[in-house]
Design a protein around this ligand. Structure first.
Ligand SMILES: [Zn+2]
Ligand SMILES: [Zn+2]
Length: 159
């Protein structure tokens, strides 16, 4: 997943990208993620802008039923390669790479972008019924025999 500065034409071009990034973070989230799609490259004087959205796919754990499933999400990418390496513009910005020529490795930027775009809630299906709080059964697969919570008569004494 590299951008070849030496072969990147002037102006706008398309950069097809396919590959896998390791997110290496929380165990219940997708870690080995395949990215595919293509980004737009704007090759301007002294700087190259890379932007667009890629499709990400990885195995995640449903936050409701705790079953693994195939998660898909869109990853917005926006980064800049500064070819005027004498400038310290963007030196503390992780989405800026300073490099004059050659192959630019986009892997770290794609990894960060995939993490930023990761969905807050990952459920296997919007209709997922999750686990029973009483017996822990997966309610998508089996009916639960727990009864509704008992009415606690002690509260009746309160005003
Ligand atoms: Zn689920
Ligand atoms: Zn139950």
């Amino acid at each position: 997943m590299k951008l070849d500065l030496d072969r990147s034409p002037r102006g706008r071009s398309e950069l097809p990208l396919t590959g896998t990034v390791e997110l290496d973070w929380q165990a219940d989230r997708a870690s080995s993620v395949s990215l595919s799609g293509s980004l737009l490259v704007d090759n301007l004087e002294g700087r190259v802008l890379v932007s667009g959205a890629l499709q990400a796919r990885g195995s995640a754990v449903c936050t409701r039923c705790l079953e693994p499933f195939d998660l898909h999400w869109d990853v917005d990418v926006s980064c800049m390669v500064l070819r005027d390496t004498s400038s310290d513009e963007g030196a503390d910005d992780s989405m800026v790479i300073s490099q004059r020529d050659g192959l630019v490795d986009l892997r770290e930027i794609l990894r960060e972008s995939a993490i930023l775009a990761y969905p807050q809630q990952t459920v296997c299906d919007p209709q997922c019924r999750g686990l029973c709080a009483g017996c822990g059964h997966n309610l998508n697969r089996e009916a639960c025999t727990c009864e509704a919570p008992q009415h606690d008569p002690r509260w009746d004494a309160l005003p």
